[in-house]
Design a binder for this molecule. Structure first.
Ligand SMILES: [Zn+2]
Length: 184
């Protein structure tokens, strides 16, 4: 059964947000899609660390390809040959190490700025719960939460313009984390 839109009081144009994003019959435009997309995890691996891990992986592949291609160079000595074969692996190891250090440093910094009482992990889980429970009205271009959407007694939301959806979702998650119901 569809949820009833709080703006037009109809249910014929409403669809759950996660379903709206994958609905091939009624594709959303790109800005709407971006605004409604699933919230990303806050304490993930940093972009710089991911780039380093990818580079290390590519280098290791390159090294493997060099090993497998067997291009024995006539006239090159054993030391050169070893360096040629093992160089990419050595470089990949160095990049991996740097990647782990970058990851650890940025993680520690994030934990410090978040503070112990902010519960970033729980807040993110609440964010996901709210996002999964949210609905979209195609007619009004508003998002909303039906009553008792994430647990019994959880109040319904007013219609939220799609443009304000990410901020509203984050604010609601912060307000309701740990309690399940908003404290007013
Ligand atoms: Zn509506």
């Amino acid at each position: 059964m569809n949820a009833t839109c709080p703006q037009c009081a109809e249910a014929d144009q409403t669809v759950a947000v996660p379903r709206a994003l994958t609905d091939a019959d009624r594709p959303l435009d790109q800005p709407t899609r971006a605004l409604l997309s699933a919230p990303s995890e806050p304490a993930g691996t940093s972009g710089a660390a991911i780039t380093l891990f990818i580079l290390a992986g590519l280098l290791a592949l390159l090294g493997l390809r060099g090993l497998l291609s067997h291009d024995d160079r006539a006239g090159s000595d054993a030391a050169y040959q070893a360096g040629y074969n093992l160089g990419p692996f050595l470089f990949a190891t160095i990049l991996l190490t740097i990647g782990f250090v970058v990851h650890a440093v940025s993680r520690r910094r994030r934990l410090r700025t978040a503070g112990p009482q902010r519960q970033p992990r729980e807040q993110y889980q609440q964010l996901r719960r709210l996002w999964r429970a949210a609905w979209l009205c195609h007619r009004c271009q508003v998002a909303f939460l039906p009553a008792a959407s994430i647990q019994p007694g959880f109040p319904d939301s007013p219609p939220i313009p799609v443009a304000q959806f990410p901020q509203w979702l984050a604010a609601t998650a912060e307000r309701t984390v740990g309690t399940g119901t908003p404290s007013s």
